[in-house]
Design a protein around this ligand. Structure first.
Ligand code: NCD
Ligand code: ZN
Length: 412
């Protein structure tokens, strides 16, 4: 079958990355990396400098390309907020080589036609973009687009689409896989806040998330598909996931910001108390991955209460800074931002630096200190709740399929 929507960057150029410390099999080794036709073909010391392009990574660490499993790149009728092109540049600038794009676009990515349009948009983007299809009483459309998305996304945070609808959707996936109308098992990502409880108690009440995650974990086996919980914000949520078959993610804003830390702090799920936030850090070993939930709104929209923050360009620096501060090891960072996302979302040949794997790489300078400033962003939205934060440790180069999309801090 011809896959016309495959937007993976296809470059034949040769590249060598020399003199860096390369993360291989759980440790850093001094090695050069040879890249041909978008793949890693050599990993050894003292490779000759005979390729089209050579990066000198002396004093730096080379880690697998970062995979951000939760972003909103908008485009279409919301191109004023972000497009696939600008969002991809933001990703490159943030050291991210692959993003999983969520379906709350306008018009929503819940139909075959919109999925097809979005697939075409990937062509001009400088990082890998994988699409998630939306699930909301659109079963005949899912059967049409099912083969062409990386996974599915279910929002259960409205009264009209909550527990019952989730249950029905899981039944739909099981039945249609069994009768072969859906050919592949794919991850289902769930926005786990209970729409009925939100109506009753208000979104700020932690019970909305905690009960939603419990409900999802009770149903998880039912779909026959792996189920992933997006952006958990409560330590109780992390504990429930750990005891279940689910996987889950946490965002930097839930790790670094407590309620009220930022003037326009509205986000779903909400920011929590400092106590809960610090407990989330203590529970980091129960959480599978870190994802940004990049939600580019204009500042005017934020002033009017829009929920979410741009996150692509601050996620990795904040996490590298945390490595420098001893809050997690670089090994755990790579597990949470490269290896596990590749496994959970079935991204073949990604997440590791090995011969034959895609040449998606992030070069980091653990000693460099910068101030996070919205003005320096490559995305369309030039603001961040982390404005002015000083961090130590930043990505300097992003390589996607053997192509340098950020070189020495500059997006090309
Ligand atoms: C997201 C957005 O703006 O797309 N907002 C948010 O507060 N997280 C939507 C979402 O992920 O729920
Ligand atoms: Zn989201």
């Amino acid at each position: 079958m011809k896959i016309w929507w495959d937007g993976n960057i296809n470059i034949n150029m040769e590249l060598k990355i020399k003199n860096g410390k390369v993360y291989q099999k759980n440790r850093f080794v001094a090695a050069d990396i040879g890249i041909e036709k978008g793949r890693i073909t050599k990993l050894k010391k003292n490779l000759p400098r005979d390729s089209d392009e050579v990066i000198n990574a002396k004093g730096k660490y080379i880690i697998p390309g970062i995979i951000d499993a939760h972003v909103h790149l908008r485009d279409l009728e919301q191109s004023y907020k972000e497009t696939f092109v600008t969002g991809a540049k933001a990703a490159a600038h943030g050291g991210i080589s692959t993003v999983l794009c969520m379906p709350n676009t306008l018009p929503p990515a819940t139909t075959f036609n919109v999925i097809k349009k979005l697939n075409e948009r990937k062509k001009d983007a400088c990082v890998n973009i994988e699409l998630f299809g939306g699930v909301e009483n659109n079963f005949s459309e899912i059967l049409r687009f099912g083969d062409f998305v990386r996974g599915y996304k279910i929002y259960m945070d409205t009264k009209s689409f909550s527990r019952n609808s989730l249950n029905e959707s899981f039944n739909f996936f099981r039945e249609n896989y069994e009768n072969k109308k859906l050919k592949l098992v794919k991850p289902i990502a769930v926005h786990a806040e209970d729409g009925e409880l939100i109506e009753k108690f208000g979104r700020e009440n932690k019970i909305c998330e905690i009960e939603a995650i419990k409900f999802v974990s009770g149903l998880a086996g039912k779909s026959g598909f792996p189920v992933h919980v997006c952006h958990i914000s409560t330590p109780e949520g992390a504990e429930t996931v750990k005891k279940s078959d689910l996987t889950c993610e946490v965002t930097p804003h839930h790790l670094f910001l407590s309620k009220g830390d930022y003037e326009y702090d509205n986000v779903n799920p909400p920011l929590r108390t400092k106590h809960d936030r610090l407990k989330l850090w203590e529970n980091l070993n129960k959480i599978d991955i870190i994802a940004s939930d990049h939600a580019p709104h204009t500042l005017e929209e934020k002033e009017q209460g829009a929920s979410g923050f741009p996150g692509l360009e601050t996620m990795l620096p904040l996490m590298l800074d945390s490595v420098n501060k001893g809050r997690l090891t670089i090994r755990r960072l790579i597990e949470m931002m490269c290896e596990r996302p590749a496994e959970i979302f079935n991204l073949k040949n990604k997440g590791k630096i090995e011969i034959g794997f895609d040449a998606d790489l992030t070069i980091v300078d653990m000693k460099r200190q910068v101030k996070l400033l919205g003005d320096n962003f490559c995305g369309k939205q030039k603001w961040t709740p982390f404005e002015g934060w000083k961090v130590k440790g930043i990505p300097t180069d992003t390589v996607v399929g053997g192509k340098v999309v950020m070189g020495d801090g500059e997006v090309v």
